[in-house]
Design a protein around this ligand. Sequence first.
Ligand code: ADP
Length: 383
Amino acid sequence: MPTHTFDPNDVTILMVDDNPANVKLLADMMISRGYKVQQASNGPDALKIAQQDPPNLVLLDIFMPDMDGYEVCHHLKVDPRTCDIPVIFISALTDVEDIVKGFDVGGSDYITKPFKFKEVLARIANLLTLVHQRHQIETLREQDRQHFETLDRMKTEFIRMATHDLRNPLNVILGYVRVLERIELSGRDRELLTEARQNIELSVQKMRNLVTDVLDLAQIETGMDFHREMTPLGPFLAASLQGFHTVADEKGVELIFLPPAIGVSLMIDVKRMTRVMENLVSNAIKYTPPGGQVTVSARHNGEQALITVSDTGFGIPENDLPYLFDAFYRIEQGEYQREEGSGLGLSIVKTIVEQHKGTISVMSRVSRGSTFLVALPLEQAAS
Ligand code: ADP
């Protein structure tokens, strides 16, 4: 458990003063408070002691013959063994210049003679508390850093393992199910086999979609393999919609694309932004009943490219809107319930859009439809 203060019994103070009377006076006071004390009457002796048996704090007289306090402090601060030991200067001086010089050479504080004992004790205690807390913060930070590194390594390992051990076996099962389809059987056997095959395939596909979404989200969140390139927006959107015309037709939903009137290019990771469009458009089709419309349009306002995916579908209840982009969040009632999904699509979308320094928002009215707006910055784009 971290403590907020230090124990004087654990603290050694080195006192450096060429006047033995001064040293004795201070030393007695510190010892009476429980501190351990080292003493030196000149600079070279002080440095020797500090190097051999580093104290927790140095009380350093400025005016001493041969080597003055500033020089001692300078030597302490350039030596890696002693550079972290805080130094309090002691002097009869009250001149601002001398105080500033003390701070310039690395001093932490300053006390003047004649000593006011209460003040000396308070300054020492203050400084030691600060040092003590700084050490504790550094220790906690180092623990956090190590902890984070371990978690990060575990996460990478998990994604690697899961990709192989979860996704691959599902693909193998799916492959064999398709082989079974070609085995010749007759009558009732054939009907049973077809039913079993269809159910297995459906379950495996559901599981594969979930596993794929979980793994993709984990991988996308790590920021691994994020490669952006300058991409013309219109053709990009047209390409990402390509597979959806048939899906929309089959459901009886009209898919309309309104490309940007003025050509604009964006720095995007094409694979990931395709994923964004696919999720938004497939949701729009999925949650729009036959006879409805899904419209994808794009424009720019000089600062941002604005891509909208609107539908005339179920809409989203106001209460659900704040949670819509949370992982695994699904609206589990009425018409929504009939649609399959992992609840991860929109959280993948949001993560990717934010990796592009963009934003995503949604406006929706129940039974009227929804509009998702993706805004991407143009600053790195060439128009
Ligand atoms: P899911 O895989 O369930 O579709 P998403 O994260 O993509 O997961 O979406 C979360 C939930 O938000 C969905 O379950 C659905 O209830 C709702 N939702 C998403 N897009 C639409 C939309 N265009 N219209 C109505 N509801 C939507």
